[in-house]
Design a protein around this ligand. Structure first.
Ligand code: NAD
Length: 411
């Protein structure tokens, strides 16, 4: 097939590379001319494991452009532009603008596939605007394992108005061998929000358990997670206590669905509570540091990790950045290190970051920060991602999320 991909971010680029690898001809369109220029010269703007190689391998089947007219003869056009929230509400201008641009250039029978995360009813609007058949095919990939997730998803959700349109999208993803869930477009759109809300809620749940475990002698939230995670009804995934969720999806998607639900008179109280719990996490990390280090004014603190999670350079809604802001408000001098991501703070090597500072907060779960207990000797340390072995730490200068405080631990 000849496939158009509109929006060449984390989702669009991965989808482009994966579909080209399946033998399709892919035309990728983005309004960001710098991004397109770079991609056309083989420069990948994002860090995602395996993506450089997959793009290079399939370069003869991949074309990148800012010109929508190049999409005129595609069989299928995937929309994968950003859908942020503005003042708590979903901002659909990028989707609408892409839809209008598509309507002008597409041939009559091109199928539009909505990959962007959009509220129930949006695909219907795009169908009206474009006069083309639209299928909702939400994306569930995770940054850091996006290619693997795209090739080998847990399921593929296809929401269509007509069976024929859904069949076309099913034929594209058949190679994955994943279970296919056929739904209405509204159901498909809703599944995406329900999935992200549930995952966010699971993390906020274990984080609240972590808060409680910190106050109970001989209690480690990791053991609680292990003990409940083996229950098949609960499952061990997304039960890791830490500094909370960030990134380009959970924060905006939980907010968008919450606002949407309230507008329909059916507030999502569990989702709202999950957001509230999450919003308190960065402050909690700083408070844990203050408990062991005292006032932070004028003192140097190192933040390890600025990406919102490991194996990505994405810092959107990163909890680490919020921790940095709070540290600065407290008057601390902040330096940071991340293997891939950049932030608006002094960035130095990991060794320098630790050596120069009195306090250290591990804010992202990069593997690089495992086994560094020796390097941290003499420092005040908050392990926000539970990467360190507490038995190797000086417990008078150490706090870890979900682990009883040293004064009560082991009593
Ligand atoms: P992104 O911000 O990385 O990329 C979006 C791209 O769209 C940008 O390059 C931007 O320039 C481009 N764009 C904006 N308006 C455009 C237009 N009118 N025409 C052409 N290009 C346009 O976004 P992303 O992280 O890839 O997310 C895309 C969508 O997928 C969002 O709805 C998101 O919620 C959803 N999603 C993201 C992830 C993820 O992990 N990033 C996972 C699942 C779903």
């Amino acid at each position: 097939m000849k496939i158009g991909i509109i929006g060449l971010g984390y989702v669009g680029l991965v989808t482009s590379a994966v579909l080209a690898d399946q033998g399709h001809l892919v035309v990728g369109v983005d309004v960001d001319s710098k991004r397109v220029e770079g991609l056309s010269c083989g420069r990948n703007p994002i860090y995602e494991p395996g993506l450089d190689e997959l793009l290079a391998k399939n370069k003869d089947r991949l074309q990148f452009t800012t010109d929508y007219a190049k999409l005129s003869d595609v069989d299928v056009a995937f929309i994968s532009v950003s859908t942020p929230t503005v003042n708590g509400e979903i901002y659909l201008e990028y989707v609408m603008s892409a839809s209008k641009s598509l309507a002008k250039v597409l041939s009559k029978d091109t199928l539009i596939v909505m990959k962007s995360t959009v509220l129930p009813g949006t695909s219907r609007k795009v169908r009206e605007i474009t006069g083309r058949e639209v299928v909702s095919n939400p994306e569930f990939l995770k940054e850091g394992s996006a290619i693997k997730d795209s090739i080998n998803p847990d399921r593929v959700v296809i929401g269509s108005y007509t069976k024929e349109a859904g069949d076309v999208v099913e034929s594209i993803w058949k190679f994955t061998g994943a279970p296919i869930v056929r739904t209405t477009p509204e159901e498909a759109e809703m599944i995406k929000y329900a999935a992200n809300s549930f995952l966010a809620m699971k993390v906020s749940f274990i984080n609240e358990m972590a808060n409680l475990c910190e106050r109970i002698p001989n209690c480690d939230v990791n053991k609680i997670a292990e003990g409940i995670g083996l229950d098949k009804r609960i499952s061990p995934h997304f039960l890791k206590a830490g500094l909370g969720w960030g990134g380009s999806c959970f924060p905006k998607d939980t907010l968008a669905i919450s606002t949407f639900a309230r507008s329909l008179g059916t507030p999502l109280r569990t989702v709202d509570a999950s957001i509230q719990v999450n919003n308190e996490r960065p402050k909690r990390a700083v408070n844990l540091l203050k408990e062991i280090m005292g006032q932070l004014k004028g003192r140097k603190v190192c933040v390890l990790g600025v990406a919102f999670k490991a194996d990505t350079d994405d810092t959107r809604e990163s909890v680490a950045l919020k921790v940095i802001d709070i540290l600065k408000e407290e008057g601390a001098q902040v330096v940071a290190y991340d293997p891939k991501a950049k932030a608006n703070v002094t960035m130095v090597s990991m060794e320098q970051c630790i050596d120069e500072s009195e306090g250290v907060i591990i804010a992202t779960e990069w593997n690089h920060f495992k086994g560094i207990e020796d390097k941290l000797r003499g420092k005040y340390v908050v392990d926000g991602r539970r990467l360190l072995d507490p038995s190797k730490m000086d417990l008078t200068k150490f706090r870890a999320i979900g682990l009883g405080t040293p004064s009560i631990q082991g009593e």
